[in-house]
Design a protein around this ligand. Structure first.
Ligand code: NAD
Ligand code: ZN
Length: 250
């Protein structure tokens, strides 16, 4: 048995004996669907780093520029289809008493794969929020017309309904995630670089509460040393082995 096969078996046993599993996903789970991650080279757009664009300061300095980037990101996601990793998690939801699925992604691919209960920590790429009246519009137009888009209700500038660097995530959302971690029997952390808070600390919270943590990520991450099972493979290849009948590695 290879080392990966052994780890997959251990992870599967942990998951099979659990009634409540918490899963945290990041950009890595969507990379096999062709959606660029932030940390990979392909995450760069016109030589800007995401940290220079995904902030309120950048938006108010140049709303058109920031919207051009979001328009490009919407275009990158528009034709993307969920991959076997997303589908495996949707199947897990059906086969488990209690699954808490939290994502940092804003691409909507978990829902497209059939997951019905998804906590989107960082909002959604397909929503525009008015900067004045707060109205939220669902909008799937690609490319968007005139940038920045205007609110249909009051005419003010709209912004992507996402959480930017330096912005707060609703406290009630964080509380419910912490409660789920407290109550679960195992946590999975998939395709997240572990450098963006508060998601970065969630694995540590689970470890403090003595929960086994399984990480699936292609690369090294800052807290991997604390986790129980670390699988350095593609999530689209590993996740189907963890929860479906297709359980032998090729
Ligand atoms: P990140 O880009 O910082 O890190 C992605 C991680 O995924 C890396 O550690 C990489 O090693 C790993 N990875 C890449 N391909 C993988 C694969 N096939 N299988 C397993 N792991 C793989 O992303 P992040 O940690 O989610 O955090 C950054 C922020 O980026 C978040 O706020 C998120 O909202 C935003 N973001 C979202 C999307 C999206 O919605 N799809 C895309 C890019 C960035
Ligand atoms: Zn408005």
């Amino acid at each position: 048995m290879t080392e990966t096969e052994e780890k997959v078996n251990q992870a599967r046993e942990l998951i099979e004996s659990a009634s409540h599993v918490v899963v945290l996903t990041g950009a890595g789970i969507s990379s096999e669907s062709g959606v660029p991650t932030f940390r990979g080279q392909e995450g760069l757009w016109q030589n800007f780093r995401p940290e220079e664009l995904a902030t309120p300061e950048a938006f108010w300095k140049d709303p058109k520029l920031v919207w051009e980037w979001y328009d490009w990101r919407r275009n990158a996601v528009k034709d993307a289809k969920p991959n076997p990793g997303h589908y495996a998690l949707a199947e897990l939801e059906n086969n488990l008493e209690n699954l808490t699925l939290i994502t940092q992604n804003i691409d909507g691919l978990h829902q497209m794969a059939g997951s019905s209960n998804v906590t989107e920590m960082h909002g959604n790429l397909w929503q525009i929020r008015c900067t004045k009246c707060g109205d939220i519009e669902q909008n799937f137009e690609v490319p968007l017309g005139e940038l920045p888009p205007r609110c249909k209700k009051c005419g003010e500038i709209g912004r992507p309904n996402v959480v930017w660097f330096g912005e707060m995530i609703e406290m009630s959302l964080i509380d419910s995630v912490l409660k789920a971690i407290e109550e679960c029997q195992v946590m999975l952390i998939i395709g997240t670089s572990g450098v963006v808070e508060p998601a970065a600390s969630m694995g540590l919270v689970a470890k403090q509460a003595n929960k086994p943590v399984i990480e699936i990520n292609l690369d090294e991450t800052p807290s991997a040393g604390l986790y129980d099972i670390v699988i350095r493979e593609k999530s689209g290849e590993i996740l189907p082995l963890l929860f479906t009948s297709n359980r032998t590695l090729s």
